[in-house]
Ligand binder design. Structure first.
Ligand code: KE4
Length: 428
């Protein structure tokens, strides 16, 4: 069944910490060993043993078109025929920058980097440099990558590994970062009343996807905007996951809130390593070499990654793309809710665009504490049994799951049949 993956994992364990190049992939939160994937097509993954799965991880967000979309493959092959990396400006970088600026009204200038972590780390440095302040406020359960000053009570991998922050993060860095509950304006107001004049930035996932899916409560994002205006802090929307996922212009266009800086990743690389941060020229022009705030990257704006990102955004910008994806996503959610109800299983679900969340609790789940108090053992059983039925979910309760344009009626039917069987067995 999984012999080839097991052999590969044994070898990997001798060579790579935990046998994986990113902790959550080790599946430690749900037990079992990771499957090694050999190829993918559309909404399907094929593991090293040839097993086929319907994929709801989508490489943790980038694969909104599905795997190996013809337009992305063609763009990559075209770029590859001309070279792989020049360490010099290319027309492709200008084209992708133009597409991001055109898509996101709050962005006048954008800098390409190589990961979401680089994007948020750089945006934080810019906010600190532009304000001359040091403090950062983030939210429990939100994950912004693994930059030292943001690895504090993070969600995603850190939450699953139950590490608040991480060894190796200097105490002094922790002193500059405050983490408060998501969706809780009164607590934030207290912190800002006491420290607001020292706060360089408030950074938030406008739709949280690293504690499972937790949508912003009504007025929450506007409250952050108002507080940043009141205290002169920079509002950073970490749209690494939500950017071009929940809407073409990201969560900020969906909720009508204008951040000062935005971070992107995942989808804008079309499956290749890309991150980006952007905002008003008045801020972005303070970044080197235009300004004094340093940030750099050997492979930033890599032509292959730019080509994949451009091809992806071209597909996303086509009329009706998001409406069709939302329809499929809602169908899936309705089916999951129906299957749970039929089995008498208490679940709390939510959907923003094609980002979905399911907790084993009657809910509601408004923050990380709520998420942590859901039935994690039941999630583990659900995960393992869905995997055994060929449905590939994120191996952690503290992740969202994603629908792509490649998830068709057949895939949904198989998924919901599996869910009905699994919920039924969980109920016994
Ligand atoms: P990367 O450095 O992994 O490209 O991006 C970090 C990041 C920043 N901001 C948000 C909102 C993110 O979700 C992420 C990364 N997301 C996780 C999954 N939830 C990546 C998966 C992993 O760590 O392997």
């Amino acid at each position: 069944m999984y012999d080839a993956s097991k052999r590969l994992f044994e070898r990997a364990l001798a060579l790579i910490p935990g046998g994986v190049n990113s902790p959550v992939r080790a599946c430690r939160a749900v037990g079992g060993d990771p499957l090694f994937i050999s190829q993918a097509q559309g909404c399907h993954l094929f593991d090293a043993d040839g097993n086929i799965f319907i994929d709801y991880v989508g490489s943790w967000g980038p694969m909104i078109l599905g795997h190996r979309h013809p337009a992305v493959v063609e763009a990559l092959l075209h770029a590859l025929a001309r070279g792989t990396s020049y360490g010099a400006p290319t027309a492709l970088e200008v084209e992708l920058a133009q597409m991001v600026v055109d898509a996101v009204p709050s962005i006048e200038k954008v800098r390409m980097v190589n990961s979401g972590t680089e994007a948020t780390m750089s945006a934080i440095r810019l906010a600190r440099g532009a304000t001359g302040r040091e403090m950062i406020i983030k939210f429990d359960g939100c994950y912004h990558g693994h930059a030292d000053s943001l690895l504090v009570s993070a969600g995603s991998g850190v939450a699953t590994l139950a590490i608040a922050g991480s060894p190796g993060v200097p105490q002094s860095f922790v002193d500059h970062t405050v983490s408060v509950p998501y969706n809780n304006l009164p607590v934030l107001e207290q912190v800002m009343a006491a420290k607001g004049k020292r706060v360089a930035a408030i950074i938030v996932e406008p739709v949280a996807g690293n504690m499972g899916l937790v949508a912003p409560a009504r007025g929450f994002l506007q409250g952050l905007r108002d507080m940043c205006d009141r205290y002169g802090s920079v509002l950073i929307f970490d749209e690494v996951m939500t950017g071009f996922r929940v809407a073409y212009g990201g969560a900020q266009t969906l909720y009508g809130i204008t951040p000062d800086l935005s971070c992107f990743g995942k989808i804008i690389g079309g499956g290749l390593p890309v991150g980006a941060y952007g905002g008003r020229s008045e801020l972005m022009d303070q970044v080197a070499p235009q300004g004094p705030i340093y940030q750099a990257g050997t492979l930033s704006g890599n032509p292959l990654a730019m080509a994949a990102g451009i091809a992806t955004l071209k597909e996303l910008s086509k009329p009706g793309f998001y409406q069709a994806l939302e329809q499929t996503s809602q169908q899936l959610l309705n089916g999951l809710q129906q299957a749970a109800r039929k089995a008498g299983i208490a679940v709390s679900t939510d959907r923003v665009g094609s980002m979905l969340g399911l907790f084993f609790t009657s809910g509601p789940v408004l923050n990380f504490e709520d998420a942590k108090h859901s039935d994690l053992n039941r999630f583990t059983a659900y995960y393992q049994q869905m995997l055994a039925r060929g449905i590939y979910l994120a191996p952690s309760q503290f992740e969202a799951f994603f629908v792509s344009a490649a998830h068709d009626a057949v895939a949904l039917e198989k998924t919901l049949a599996a869910a009905e069987a699994v919920f039924g067995s969980l109920a016994t």
